[in-house]
Design a protein around this ligand. Sequence first.
Ligand SMILES: [Zn+2]
Length: 421
Amino acid sequence: MATRLYSPLLLALLLVVTAASARAADYELLYHAAVSPDSEVARVEIRLRGERLPRKLMLHLNPDRHLALHSDAGLTLAGDTATWEPQGPDASLHYEFVISEKKSSGRYDSLLTDDWAILRSDKLIPPITATVAKGLTASAELQFELPENWSSAAPYANTSKSSNHYQIVDPGRRLPRPKGWLILGNISSRQDSIDGVDVRVAAPAGQGERLQDTLAFLAWTIPDVKAVFPGFPEHLLVVTAGKPMWRGGLSGTRSLFMHSDRPLISGNRTSSMIHELIHVAAGINGGKDADWIVEGLAEYYAANILWRSGAVSDLRYQQVLDWKETWGRKADTLFVKRSSGPVTARAAVFMHRLHLALQEASDGAVGLDEVARELARDRGRVSLFQLKQIVQKLAGDSVDVDAIIAGLERGGSRGGSGHAF
Ligand SMILES: [Zn+2]
């Protein structure tokens, strides 16, 4: 029988790795928010505790929403930037956050009512540039102080302390910061584990009739989304609500908001829910003139995942592609700052054609999934240059991205038989 022996060096290395992963964080970072219908503002405290703290935090404020900043020491304000040099071992920064925000449509994308609040934690806590000594690690938590009968849902795991207390994970960030949608108050929610994802769907109490079918739709859909984007977050929170919330879908980190009037699958056989889910899964944004890549992927998969999961037939999927092609011709170009409507339809058609070209060039070995997966690998900003590099790596010179873009000008050529999706 062969015995596996670890060399002393390897053993020492293993011990070091184990010790490092078990090591406690250097300092504690607590985001504490008191929210109540008695006040239109959330009272926020950012508290740092530890012998060694970050040297400097620069908060990039929204002057309409972040008010009344104060700290015992080390705070200076210049324009919309607050610079805070926390003094250890226990330092606090306080401010107020205006919860409700009305969009120009007259609808809200953030709202506090007598019974609930829907908002985003990445607005509650503004973007922060931190100066942190190399290797200094934080244990970051988000805690809500709420009226007695209120509860909360956030896209993070609870700490053992209370159900309104969350452990923040923010990979790759020196200073972890909470992100994504929140719902607080008198709420209904349903929860399940779907393909390794802890999924929670939540709505204000009295608006939760569709939580269970939404959860079932996600159970039907997420495995196919995850097959394309294996980096899908471990937690997903879907917040839904009706009037006067904004009548659409909005993705956030590990979470999305969907107006409760929106069908899971629309009459034209695409799904806003899957569209937003792709944004959550990919976690990418468009660099200059590259928003069409982000929106095109979301819109392509919004129909493709339905087809792939068997929710629509080949015939119906082909009809969606035809319809997008017709609609996409209404746009003159993909290269706009914000892709929507016909530009996004045109971008989805591009994705479809790119998929067909890759399939043809590789005898079916690769397709758009490989491109999407690669684009989403670093969950950051994407560009046309990057897209071309990925295609080049997958298919060499046999697939010409520029030619496919130019080909969108020519109507009618679908470039593929009805079944070769
Ligand atoms: Zn979108």
